[in-house]
Design a binder for this molecule. Structure first.
Ligand SMILES: [Zn+2]
Length: 68
């Protein structure tokens, strides 16, 4: 069994820093070059899911009102 080694030359996921256009590893929340802080995408996704549920509820109420 070989230990899993992460190759720094080929990172698993990178995103481009909007400030200096440098490829920053996905798990790095701060750009090592210019210090730009990436916004955390996780709470936003949760927020989007919540808004989707609210939208569906409004649509459902709308349909029910049209039926009666
Ligand atoms: Zn940067």
């Amino acid at each position: 069994m070989k230990p899993l080694k992460i190759d720094p030359e080929r990172p698993f996921g990178t995103r481009e820093c909007p400030a200096c256009a440098m490829d920053v590893p996905e798990n790095n929340n701060r750009c090592p070059i210019c210090g730009y802080e990436f916004p955390n995408p996780t709470p936003r996704q949760k927020h989007m899911k919540l808004w989707g549920a609210i939208l569906m509820l409004i649509l459902f109420i709308f349909v029910m009102l049209r039926l009666f």
